[in-house]
Each structure stands twice: as C-alpha cells, then as structure tokens.
Design a protein around this ligand. Structure first.
Ligand code: FE2
Ligand code: FE2
Length: 463
C-alpha cells in the first residue's frame, strides 16, 4: 500500500512539473492527470474510502501520520503551492474529474504570490469550479504541530538545522539548481551565492551522513533530470573531494561549480533535451553547444568563480583531449574538472532516465575503464575505490535475506558496512532498532555473509 500511495502522489507531482514545461492541454500533462485519476480510483476501491488526503508538515508530505520520503523530494512544487494557499493539506474526493485535476495543475503554475488566508484559497477553488478537491487547515489547527511558514524551508536556516535532515539539504539543492536554470533560461541574473551556501550545507551534512545524502541520489526523477543530475554530480564530487582530503575551500568551490555545470542546457529547447528517441545530427550539435553556452552565460555573472566557468566549459572534455568543445592547445585541465568529468559520466550511467534503466556501479566502472583515454587514470581508480561496487546510500540484500543500507565502503570492495533495516522475514526495523554489520570485518558473524544483490531502486527496498 505504501508504494501505491507514493506512486499516486508522484503522478500528481510529475503532472505539475510537466504542466510547467508544456502548455495546459499538452498530451503529456493530460496523460498524467488521467493516470493520477486512475490510480486514485484503485485507492478508493481498495481502501473503501471516499477521500484521499495528503497533509503537509514542515515541507514534507504526510499520509496517515507518516512522512513520505520519495514524493517529498519530487514534490517541491506541490508543497510550495500548498504553502502559498495557506493550507495544511489537500483532499481528493471520489468523483474527481479530469477537469478538476487539470484546473488544479493550472493553478499550481498560475499562482505567483501567496494568498492571505485559507479562506481566500477556498474561494479561488470555488470560482475556478474545482469541486472534488478541498483544502484543509494547518495541522496546527488540529494537532498542535506548528504549521510551516511561507518561506522556503531552507531559507534563513542555520547550518545546524540542516544537519538534522537530508530532506532539507536536498530540497535546498533542487531549489537552487531549478531556480538557476529558470533564471538562465529567461536571461535573469543568477543567484550564485545561494548555490555556494547550499554547497556548504551539503558539505557539512556529507561530513557526518554521507550515506543518508546518497539515498536521495538514487531517487529517480524522470522529468527534470538535468536538475537531479546536477545535484547528484555535485554530491558525489563533494564526497570524493572529502575522501581525498582536499581543503574545504576547494571542495566547496567544486560543489558549487558542479551544481551549475550544465547551466547551458537551460538554453536548449526541452523538446530536444528531453527527447526520448534518437537525436538527429543537428540536434546533437545543439546539445553539444551547452558547455560553450553555459560558460558564456556564467561569464556575464557578477559572483561567479573561475572554476564555475571552467567546469561549465570543460566537463565534456576527455583526458586525451577529445570530447567537446574543441580544446585550444593552451588550455590546461585542473583536477577538479577532471573529477567532475568522472562524476558526470558515472552519474549519467547509473541514473534512471525515461529512456533507460540504471546501470549498476560495477557495470558503469567497467564501461568507464574500457573507454581508454577518457578519464584521468589515477583519479578514476581513486574514484572507484571510494565509491565501491555498493556505494554508500544504496540498499543491498544480504545472503541471509536481510536488507540494509550501505553506510561505508570497506577495505574489501565487495564487503561494505551495512545498516540492517529489514529482517530475514521482511519485518521493517524502526530507526532505533536498526543495527550495523561490517562485512569487511571478517569475524564470525560476518564471515558467512555476503551481499546477494544490489537493490538499485530505493523504493523497492524501503516500501
Ligand atoms: Fe553537460
Ligand atoms: Fe552533466
């Protein structure tokens, strides 16, 4: 049931993000609305309920009193919309029509400023003829839990607050990259300072909870994957910089540059960028322009660092000098860019995209090793040894049937440290009961155990 609830909300969130990319009655938008309605009908039938209620507390979706992890990551736009409506939740009732859903999605795109009160929001819904979707009051009205304010959850936060929640870190990262791409597309000035501050949040968080951060990395986001990709490349690069003992300043600079490295893609038509079929030569050439476009765009910004520009320009350049854009004889590659290029390719191979499944890390490493001359050889081997075959944050099934999250790569590459989250019989352990096993310790408890398989899709393991 949990997985089904997640899927229903994710469908709605995807519909909303597509509504922002396309026009209102675009077939893609309508098909999300239809799928959402279909899945809801299944929910009504199975649960024998008359309504489907999603709450919002502290910038998270809540269902039946539980925080929903996956939908929260992909549902920022819906969460922000609900916050602008001054409401603490939304209820979809049986009898919901496609028109109700499409009008709801249109509103999420059309509303530019917060409304004054929930009453005003309810009036708006009435005026627009939305019947089967109703808005609920804040949780504070009902349960005493503080309602969220209208700010983005990360704005004005001290770094300390972030160390409590990977969701906050991830929402902030997505938010900053989404805004940067939106601003770039409309030739507005970029907020590079924000990119720098969220990089710092990420660095602080990664220092203590890398595995938690990496969990989010595996969350598939099909519709805005340039944004997710930039966030993931940046997280991996920060982790590697940390593992290699680079000075904090350099790691921060690299994290920021990585967040913005594909900014040039904001100037490419989404029809080409997100095309699922094969690209024509002209389309391919257009995509190959993004490093040049991105670096020119960054050059015009005030707060930009030389590394930001170099990363945007050089991240598709190979170690042997091939790749694109064409490298002038005087150009020299720095280690951060060489590392970013490795992280960029690794992320692209191991991520889920609408047109492909994720490749497991071991397979990705063999593809990268086989591509002779593509990568800085010693950086690539350091990269492999730190990420491992079972990277931190991924879920694995052990040979005895227990499931857990990899928390660290040990000395033996296929024997990681694992935090057990499910027992042999599938019982899910609450946080306090989860415990660690170090397969690399080779003691009596771990010797007979090994990793049976990698569970690439986080939801498969956790739901
Ligand atoms: Fe790129
Ligand atoms: Fe990239």
């Amino acid at each position: 049931m949990d997985k089904q609830i997640n899927d229903v909300i994710i469908l709605l969130c995807k519909g909303i993000s597509n509504r922002r990319l396309y026009f209102p009655n675009h077939p893609k938008v309508i098909s999300y609305a239809k799928d959402f309605r279909k899945e809801l009908a299944v929910f009504f039938e199975m649960s024998e309920k008359e309504e489907f209620f999603i709450g919002i507390i502290d910038g998270h979706f809540i269902f039946n009193g539980q925080r929903l992890f996956g939908p929260t990551v992909v549902g920022r736009q819906l969460i922000q919309f609900m916050e602008m409506l001054q409401c603490g939740g939304v209820s979809f009732r049986k009898g919901l029509t496609i028109e109700d859903i499409s009008t709801f999605m249109d509103l999420t795109d059309g509303l530019k400023t917060s409304l004054k009160s929930l009453q005003e929001a309810r009036e708006l819904f009435k005026q627009r003829g939305i019947h089967a979707i109703t808005l609920a009051g804040h949780y504070s009205d009902q349960t005493g839990i503080d309602a969220p304010d209208n700010k983005r959850p990360w704005e004005g936060q001290e770094i300390g607050g972030f160390l409590q929640s990977p969701t906050l870190v991830y929402q902030a990262l997505f938010d900053v990259v989404t805004r940067a791409h939106g601003d770039a597309a409309y030739n507005r000035e970029l907020d590079i300072d924000s990119a720098r501050s969220v990089s710092e949040f990420m660095l602080r968080f990664t220092q203590s909870n890398f595995a938690d951060v990496m969990q989010y990395i595996h969350y598939p986001d099909y519709d805005s994957y340039t944004i997710g990709h930039s966030v993931r490349v940046s997280s991996i690069a920060v982790f590697l910089g940390m593992k290699m003992g680079w000075p904090e300043e350099s790691i921060l600079a690299m994290g920021t540059a990585a967040l913005l490295h594909d900014i040039g893609k904001s100037k490419i038509l989404s029809e080409i960028l997100y095309k699922t079929g094969s690209l024509s030569d002209d389309e391919f050439r257009l995509i190959q322009e993004h490093p040049r476009v991105g670096s020119e765009l960054l050059l015009a910004q005030k707060e930009v660092s030389p590394l930001d520009i170099a990363a945007a320009w050089g991240h598709h350049l190979r170690y042997d000098g091939r790749g694109y854009p064409q490298k002038p004889a005087w150009a020299v590659r720095s280690s951060p860019i060489a590392l970013l290029q490795i992280c960029d390719v690794f992320e692209a191979l191991t991520a889920i995209r609408p047109y492909k499944q994720a490749m497991d890390p071991q397979h990705a490493f063999s593809v990268m090793i086989a591509d002779k001359g593509a990568f800085h050889p010693s950086l690539l081997s350091v990269f492999i040894s730190f990420i491992g075959i079972y990277p931190p944050g991924t879920y694995v099934e052990l040979s005895d049937g227990r499931i857990g999250m990899v928390t660290g790569v040990g000395k033996i590459i296929d024997r990681p440290q694992v935090k057990i989250t499910r027992l042999y019989d599938g019982t899910r352990l609450v946080k306090e009961d989860q415990y660690d096993i170090d397969l690399g310790a080779m003691d009596r408890t771990s010797l007979s155990l090994k990793v049976k398989r990698l569970l690439l899709n986080y939801l498969d393991a956790e739901q």
